[in-house]
Write a protein that binds this ligand. Structure first.
Ligand code: PEP
Ligand code: MG
Length: 772
């Protein structure tokens, strides 16, 4: 037997692949380090190699870091760092190929690491660990005997790397996330991130503050403070605990006053955790045993964070941020910081995944803006941020992860720029802009009522409302009613279903506050990117093509009927309009209308006051609805075009996917022609028509819409004044010619050129989306 001469020391590749069982070791290991260490031991054993190492890539620092090793000096783990392209390991990584080297020292790639003891090893085999196209790291075996590894060994090691890639990637992300340097580095430490980052604007506006990154481990809040800065007596802890409880209760009360539609119990989990003896009691115990209060807080918070974030129950995972909120408040309060900063005042939230309820809580606790990834500007997270007036910038996920923690930034979500640690000069310039923004937000007042084009055509500009707190601002900004009430927002922000009675109060409030102006209620649009965390739902491979909107309602008739009853009751004494989202056929519409009829019947039977003659409408958001628009226009009492979805479904471009955001174009000839067809069908049947997607607020498209025959628009409240101005400056005759010209064009390029030409000729500004 030549066990030491490169002969395969195992039967076949399948056998070695059974090392994939290693992955299951992950669950059994006490820590990631333990898992990686066991992996190198087992691989070295199976490969009969003297040395086995795992290098994992740290994207932020662009270094391959030795994370586990058997055979070299153990002290080198975590110390050896290589640049991509550096040495044999770095080269295998950069070039994504296996390197099998007979005599390492003779290789042109060789770069010895002093102190590692690797000079003793001649044979070198390095295979990149890849997860899809993602580079995770490098798996290495070494042996003292030259030319020890065979091509079969290389194949076997590649198979192992492939099997372990997913688990290694998780390990890498977690280890990089928890890097000591990140946790302890002072806020001002230089980071490999550009001083100005460009992103996509989701909600315009300006904000300044320090970054807060919910996903980061908890110790980060201790950064910048010495142990001596923290009060150390048990009474100090008790005071912080009491203050935190009072603050949370106050927040809950204030929110219920300002936003009764979404406030219900939104801080209930916070209060429950605070009261839990295993939480505050555990902190007390540690303090009694001699641990300083700040350390006891962090210790217990981290335990809970680990517990919640590692849970398989999504409901529990969502509580992770609640625990961090508490930690943040307890520590701020312990430190005796100004009560104004116990929440997220002066903070901008940096996150890759936020739930609507998280956004609501951050907003309620004073956060100034959001820096997010993973959503498009028409995603519902962005729509909620807009309703809350939180300037929001969207960045690629990898970039979001590199935005440094607890660092001063200026978010210019008008220009799409994020300034990291801005200079005094930039701070001063933006200070003035912030003051002007504040004045405009609170001061601008626009008279309401219909608006006319320059040549006298009457147009209505209404508001899209998601939260009842937007009603008064929309009136102040000149909205002529509510063209779209997204009724699902109370459902997705809260922790439970709003009962019929509560829904009734919300809908009644909207009608009352609008004082007789038109209101279009839309029934629940759940599904897609809007999930109810508290409602057991099946996992769908394609939620946007699944049980969404009217399909969800027709599938859950109990929930649907409750909502319809609440709307019918609220509509008593008012004109009532109810529309159904994502209708795909006349049959869908008739089925939904049937549920309304049944509800009318039971309310009459029960003798409960209600609106007995509601008008029922269809949202046209699907190509199939456009295909039967003539029949829909005949059947329905009114129609509203939802371009956000119409573009998504006609062009097959996920509205939340930033990778393909350039393809998400409302100016696509197919969309323009569909809109014209809808407008013609509505005109023929004299069916009232409006347009409520975000495109209605695009000044470059407004002339086309008016030219194509649209007379009612519904836009986000803060866009109302701008849309009114755009209409007042428009002449309907050239707009009609412009629309005809566009409808004759089959190419996007030509359409965009004509849109630019018309905008420039009318003195408008070409938006970035149409430039070059
Ligand atoms: C739309 O799809 O255009 C629309 C207004 O509805 P939502 O954005 O809520 O899907
Ligand atoms: Mg829609």
């Amino acid at each position: 037997m030549f066990l030491g001469s490169g002969v395969m020391a195992y039967q076949n590749i399948e056998e070695i692949c059974s090392i994939a069982e290693l992955a299951s070791l992950f669950e059994r290991s006490g820590s990631i380090r333990e898992f990686l260490q066991t992996s190198v031991s087992v691989i070295a054993y199976h490969m009969r190699a003297a040395v086995c190492s795992i290098y994992l890539y740290d994207e932020q620092r662009q270094r391959l870091v030795l994370r586990a090793n058997q055979g070299l000096e153990s002290a080198m783990v975590g110390k050896i760092e290589l640049r991509p392209g550096e040495g044999i390991v770095g080269t295998a990584f950069r070039e994504m190929r296996t390197l099998r080297v007979a005599r390492a020292r003779e290789s042109s790639y060789y770069k010895p690491v002093p102190g590692s003891g690797e000079e003793r090893y001649e044979a070198f085999l390095a295979v990149p660990i890849m997860l899809g196209t993602e580079r995770v790291g490098v798996l290495v075996v070494q042996d003292p005997q030259a030319d020890y590894f065979t091509p079969n060994d290389a194949r076997a090691l590649k198979a192992i790397a492939a099997q372990l890639a997913g688990t290694m990637d998780n390990a890498r992300l977690l280890m990089n996330m928890g890097r000591e340097e990140i946790l302890r580095a002072p806020a001002s430490a230089a980071r490999p991130v550009a001083p100005v980052i460009q992103g996509e604007v989701a909600v315009p506006g300006i904000a300044s503050g320090r970054t807060f990154t919910p996903r980061k481990p908890y110790e980060s809040l201790l950064a910048g403070y010495a142990d001596a800065d923290w009060p150390s007596r048990p009474e100090d802890f008790e005071r912080a605990l009491a203050t935190t409880e009072q603050e949370i209760k106050k927040l809950q009360r204030e929110l219920e006053e300002k936003a009764s539609d979404v406030a219900s119990m939104i801080f209930s989990a916070h209060l429950m955790i605070l009261k839990d003896d295993a939480f505050s009691g555990a902190m007390r115990q540690l303090i009694t045993a001699g641990m300083p209060p700040h350390k006891a807080i962090v210790e217990v918070i981290n335990k809970y964070v680990r517990l919640f974030s590692g849970s398989t129950n999504p409901h529990l995972r969502e509580k992770t941020q609640d625990v961090k909120d508490l930690g943040h408040r307890l520590l701020s309060s312990l430190r005796g910081a100004d009560a104004q900063t116990h929440g997220y005042e002066d903070h901008l939230i940096v996150a890759t995944d936020l739930l609507p309820s998280d956004i609501m809580r951050f907003a309620a606790q004073g956060a100034g803006g959001l820096i997010l990834s993973g959503s498009g500007s028409t995603s519902h997270v962005a729509i909620l941020a807009r309703s809350l007036g939180l300037p929001t910038l969207l960045l690629d996920e990898a970039v979001v992860q590199r935005v440094p923690e607890d660092t001063p930034v200026i978010l210019d979500a008008n220009q799409g720029n994020l300034y990291i640690s801005p200079s005094a000069e930039i701070m001063e310039r933006y200070g003035e802009l912030l003051a002007a923004q504040q004045e405009m937000r609170t001061g601008e007042e626009v008279p309401g009522g219909p608006v006319r084009t320059a040549d006298g055509v009457e147009i209505r500009v209404m508001a899209n409302i998601n939260l009842i707190s937007e009603l008064q601002p929309s009136l102040r900004l000149g909205a002529d009613g509510v063209g779209l009430y997204r009724s699902e927002f109370p459902f997705i922000v809260r922790n439970d279903f709003p009962p019929e009675e509560e829904q009734y109060r919300i809908y009644r409030k909207i009608l009352s506050e609008m004082q007789g102006r038109e209101v279009l209620f839309r029934t629940l649009d759940i599904g897609g990117d809007k999930m109810l965390s508290y409602f057991p739902h099946v996992t769908e491979a394609n939620p946007f093509l699944g049980l969404r909107a009217i399909r969800f309602s027709l599938h859950h008739k109990g929930i649907f009927s409750e909502q319809i009853r609440a709307m019918l009751r609220a509509g008593h004494g008012f004109d009532l309009k109810i529309m159904f989202p994502l209708v795909s056929s006349v049959d869908d519409y008739l089925q939904a209308a049937g549920v309304v009829r049944e509800c009318l019947e039971t309310l009459r039977h029960e003798g409960i006051e209600h609106n007995a003659a509601p008008k029922l409408g269809v949202m046209v958001e699907l190509p199939s609805a456009v295909g039967v628009i003539e029949e829909l226009a005949r059947e329905a009492d009114f129609i509203s075009i939802g371009t956000n979805d119409l573009v998504q479904y006609m062009l097959a471009v996920d509205r939340t996917n930033r990778l393909i955001r350039d393809m998400y174009q409302c100016s696509h000839p197919a969309i323009l022609r569909a809109i014209r067809r809808i407008a013609d069908a509505a005109a023929r049947e004299s069916t009232p028509l409006s347009l409520c997607g975000d495109a209605a607020a695009d000044p470059v498209l407004i002339p086309f819409f008016v030219g194509a025959g649209l007379r009612t628009f519904s836009v986000a409240p803060y866009s109302v004044p701008m849309v009114r101005r755009a209409i007042q400056n428009l002449d309907s005759c050239p707009a009609r010619e412009h629309a005809e010209k566009l409808l004759g064009m089959g190419r996007l390029e030509h359409v965009n050129a004509e849109l630019s030409r018309f905008a420039a000729a009318s003195g408008g500004v070409t938006p970035p989306s149409l430039q070059g």
